[in-house]
Design a protein around this ligand. Structure first.
Ligand code: SF4
Ligand code: FES
Length: 368
């Protein structure tokens, strides 16, 4: 099958990270450090991506600054003609390294924010003095003149800081803030009790975003991912499966989305074995839910099927055990009540205790 080329690639350079956010989007089974692609292998992936038609490269992790070759990777990506965006917590960057990244041609920085003060940010990120370091990094970013997006992941414990986060983005000179309510996959699934916002909080967040968008028009762009357990329609996850985005994991496994490995029957290919274009066009995992033919009812005859693409396959898997089902967030799903019950139950759990993300193992465990 020949598909349109992907627009964007997410390159998870490593699963190593100084932080241990309890909602990390990395898989629960992290890629081993000794399995990571080498510099040369990543450079080949970037060249193949550009040849395939990818325009934007999001360098992510874990923490991409944990890779010592980050500057070389940025330079290689720029040489291949890709627009480069660094998605970082800021920890592991200093002024010298940021200047080197600037010289290598880095186009954009996306800085994550776990909270708007040290107490919240350091507790959620599981890293002491992380907030202080992050604020220093934001000043170097601004002094160098990188276009900046602030990424604020919201949940029950920090949602009251949303207005402050938006103001911080303005004060930092960011062009954009991504206000994303935590998505419940991987590590976040283990923390639904502690992170699920209430329905009232979700409504309040939407109100704050609408007000700020009107007030800050022309100053700050606000991207908003609402709390989908409280929504009536699902998010158009990945803009449709294998439609516009492609992810490469630290060990070279190529994925249609960051959580795809939670779908047990899918088989994933590796850039160490096959060319990227072959995987994109003909990989069985990419073709499993591409387009609309796979859709069940009510999606198949729904006038929103080209708008939300039936929602999120990984969420249908996680909540219903069936990745080909209509995302139960949708009011038209015969199983919608599952989501409503979970949202109510988890948001009123009364427990704020967090289970933090682990670090990736270093060596293959022995079988003896
Ligand atoms: Fe989207 Fe399917 Fe719901 Fe229609 S029925 S709104 S396509 S999830
Ligand atoms: Fe996999 Fe939504 S996260 S399809």
């Amino acid at each position: 099958m020949t598909a349109n080329p992907p627009i964007a690639m997410l390159a998870e350079l490593t699963h190593r990270c100084p932080l241990s956010c309890p909602y990390c989007s990395n898989p629960v089974e992290l890629a081993r450090i000794d399995s990571e692609l080498s510099t040369e292998e990543w450079v080949s992936v970037f060249q193949q991506a550009a040849a395939l038609g990818v325009l934007q490269l999001h360098l992510s992790g874990g923490e991409p600054a944990s890779r010592r070759d980050l500057t070389d990777l940025v330079k290689a990506a720029r040489d291949a003609g890709l627009y480069t965006n660094l998605i970082t917590s800021g920890i592991g960057l200093n002024e010298r390294r940021l200047k080197e990244l600037d010289a290598a041609g880095l186009d954009h920085v996306q800085l994550s924010l776990q909270g708007t003060d040290a107490e919240m940010a350091d507790r959620i990120g599981g890293y002491k003095r992380g907030f202080e370091r992050k604020m220093a990094v934001s000043e170097w970013i601004s002094a160098i003149g990188f276009p900046l997006t602030l990424n604020f992941v919201m949940h029950r414990q920090n949602l009251h800081q949303l207005e402050t986060a938006i103001q911080m983005a303005v004060d930092m000179g960011a062009r954009r803030i991504e206000v994303a309510t935590v998505q419940f996959h991987g590590w976040a699934m283990q923390n639904r009790n502690a992170l699920m916002p209430s329905r009232d909080q979700a409504r309040e967040a939407s109100r704050i975003v609408a007000e700020a968008r009107a007030r800050l028009k022309g100053t700050l762009v606000i991207d908003y991912v609402p709390a989908d357990y409280h929504a009536n329609y699902p998010k158009p996850c990945m803009g449709g499966w294998a439609s516009t985005g492609i992810n490469v994991a630290p060990d070279g496994i190529v994925l249609p989305c960051h959580a795809a490995q939670t779908i047990p029957h899918l088989k994933f290919d590796n850039v160490r074995d096959l060319p990227l274009a072959e995987i994109w066009h003909n990989g069985s995992a990419f073709n499993a839910y591409r387009g609309t033919d796979w859709m069940p009812e009510p999606c198949q005859s729904c006038d929103r099927k080209e708008i939300d693409f039936g929602g999120c396959r990984c969420q249908a898997m996680a909540l219903l055990g069936d990745p080909a089902a209509t995302d139960p967030v949708c009011v038209k799903s015969p199983r919608h009540e599952v989501v409503a019950q979970l949202a109510e139950g988890f948001s009123s759990s009364g427990s704020d205790e967090l289970s933090y993300r682990a670090q990736p193992p270093k060596l293959e465990p022995t079988t003896q």
